[in-house]
Each structure stands twice: as structure tokens, then as C-alpha cells.
Design a protein around this ligand. Structure first.
Ligand code: PEP
Ligand code: MG
Length: 325
């Protein structure tokens, strides 16, 4: 970490013309938390709940999960912590729950797994709700959603968990805010329908880029084709933020796209409410925001949205950032 970036630790992410952007972090382990707090994160935009599951030899019990989640929620309270329900399958494997498929990216993953195993989902949601007792900073996020019925079913299970715990009476629980991830192209087309069912939207740009461009996010042979600067990605993301704001739902983005200063400036210009990134990118993104007037970012966005090639967009954005310092 250079001393120059260090100077941004205690600054707010505010453009020179006075627009504030909320910068949050992606976490998974408690080790991420200290770094995030040291760098002034405004909350957790994505807690990847599968990470503690990946480090164990069996599914953690409800009480074990409650303790794990409590640490995360307590560390950031009163700031909000968005906990994603278990997102396994695809490129994320649990040693004690192997999923063998020819085409895992299009297979049994995320919400598809947990809706087929409501007992896994319920234990996890109950643990999250218990962990949030008296803190009330929990938001729950649903991964790899494709269709409205998946959200309806997941929301019904969350409501049921709240009712169960209220009847049991041991923990004071409240209904958390519930959000949907936009990672599958179908959810872009149906964003208005999905917004009716949830309190917020979070774009997972890693998977969204993979599925929009049909490029495996982990395959180095096609890595040159994988780009968040692709005009299709930028226009899709802008469409989602506009549609969600039309019905007053906040939108965040929690893929790597939020942690790259170039794309972060474009996302800021689109009007995202929150950018959530790995703690290692927090200071350079904050610096870019502090140096870029919103008016200039908006002009840049309008210019590059008319371009038809990722490399042209990237070059234009990088030139602008270099000129700003
Ligand atoms: C994403 O897909 O952009 C995302 C944030 O989720 P993950 O990287 O954990 O799949
Ligand atoms: Mg994802």
C-alpha cells in the first residue's frame, strides 16, 4: 500500500463537485473485516457466506453459523451487512457436498441448490436472523436467481423463518431487507417484475459478464474475451440501474467491476447507490472518485456508451483517469 493511497483511508468518497458514493466491501472471513474497517468501508455489500462453509469438513450447525454471522454483523454495526445465502455449485465446491456436472456454470448452483434443500436454506436464514438480534443491520441477498418464482419461494422461506423464531421467543428477530442478485441475463429483462418482490438489487458483474458474453470467468484461454468494458455489459448494467430506480429500489454492484477505478467511475455516473468491492481495491476506487467530477464522469459515460468495442471504451476511460492524476 503506497503512502499516496494511504491518504485516502480517512476521506469520504465524494467527487470534487460534491456527489457522495457509498463504498462497501466484499467479505467472507473475519480476516477481511479488519482491513475493510481500516480503509473506511461503509458496510458490507456482499458477505459470501459459502466461504466459511468451504473451510470446514461438514455443514456448520445452526449455532455455529449464528456465531460466525454474529461476528460479521457486530464488527460493522450499525452499518449494514448484506449476507448472501449459500452460493455453491458452479466454480464453488464444498468438499462434503460434491456436485459433479458436465457444465457446472449452467447447472445446479446458488438458489437452485438451496431451494431444492430448504432445510439447508432454513438453518442458514435462522442463523442469520438470530445473529442480527438487537443489531438489525442484516440484509439478505439471493444468488443466481433466474425467475420470479425462485424469489417468491425464497422470500416465503425467510418469512417462515422469522415467524418460527418469533414463536420460539428466544431471539428478538425482525424481517430483514431482502435483495436479488442480477447475474443471469434473464433477470435483466425481468428486472421490473423482480423489483416488485424485493427491497434492493445487487448486480453480480462477475457472473453477469460471464453469462452475457458466454465466456467462462475462469478460463484463461478466453480471458481476452471477458471484459466488463464490453458495450453489452455496460449498457445492460445501466438498464438495470435505471429500471430499479424507476421503482425506487436501491441498486448496488458487488462484482469486480466495482473495484476497478475505470469501471467504478462509469458506475458512479450511472447512479449506483453502492459500489462493493474487495478491501484491496477500496482506496484506489475512493481516490478515483475524489478526483473525478460527476459532470465529467457523466460526459465520459455518454461518450463511451456510443462506442461499439470494449478496447475503445477502456482506452478512453484510462486516458481520462490518467489526465485526472
Ligand atoms: C458476481 O458474480 O459478480 C459475484 C459478486 O458473486 P461471485 O463472484 O461470488 O460469484
Ligand atoms: Mg456470482
Amino acid at each position: 500500500l503506497t503512502a499516496e493511497l494511504d491518504a485516502y483511508k480517512d476521506r469520504d468518497a465524494v467527487t470534487p463537485d460534491g456527489f457522495a458514493v457509498s463504498l462497501c466491501v466484499n467479505t467472507g472471513l473475519m480476516a477481511d473485516v479488519a482491513r475493510a474497517k481500516d480503509r473506511g468501508a461503509e458496510g458490507v455489500g456482499l458477505y459470501r457466506s459459502e466461504i466459511p462453509f468451504m473451510l470446514r469438513e461438514r455443514f456448520p450447525s445452526e449455532e455455529e453459523q449464528r456465531q460466525i454471522y454474529r461476528q460479521q454483523l457486530e464488527a460493522f454495526a450499525p452499518k449494514s451487512v448484506t449476507m448472501r445465502t449459500l452460493d455453491i455449485g458452479g466454480d464453488k465446491d464444498l468438499p462434503y457436498f460434491p456436485i459433479r456436472e458436465d457444465n457446472p456454470a449452467l447447472g445446479w448452483r446458488g438458489i437452485r441448490v438451496t431451494l431444492d434443500h430448504p432445510e439447508i436454506f432454513m438453518v442458514q436464514v435462522r442463523a442469520m436472523l438470530k445473529a442480527a438480534t438487537d443489531l438489525n443491520n442484516l440484509h439478505i441477498l439471493l444468488p443466481m436467481v433466474t425467475s420470479v418464482s425462485e424469489v417468491e419461494d425464497a422470500v416465503a422461506l425467510i418469512h417462515r423463518a422469522v415467524e418460527e423464531l418469533q414463536e420460539e421467543g428466544e431471539y428478538a428477530v425482525t424481517l430483514p431487507r431482502i435483495g436479488v442478485m442480477v447475474e443471469v441475463p434473464a433477470t435483466i429483462i425481468q428486472i421490473a417484475d423482480l423489483c416488485r418482490l424485493v427491497d434492493f438489487v445487487s448486480i453480480g458483474s462477475n457472473d453477469l459478464t460471464q453469462y452475457l458474453l458466454a465466456v467462462d470467468r475462469n478460463n484463461s484461454r478466453v480471458a481476452n474475451l471477458y471484459s466488463a468494458y464490453h458495450p453489452a455489459v455496460l449498457r445492460a448494467v445501466r438498464y438495470v440501474v435505471n429500471e430499479a430506480h424507476r421503482v425506487n429500489k436501491p441498486v448496488s454492484i458487488c462484482g469486480e467491476m466495482a473495484g476497478d477505478p475505470g469501471t467504478a467511475i462509469l458506475l458512479m455516473a450511472m447512479g449506483f447507490d453502492t459500489l462493493s468491492m474487495s478491501a484491496s481495491n477500496l482506496l484506489k476506487v475512493r481516490k478515483a472518485i475524489c478526483l473525478t467530477p460527476m459532470a465529467q464522469a457523466k460526459a465520459l459515460l455518454e461518450r463511451v456508451l456510443a462506442f461499439d468495442k470494449p478496447e475503445d471504451i477502456r482506452a478512453e476511460v484510462e486516458e481520462e483517469l490518467t489526465a485526472l492524476g
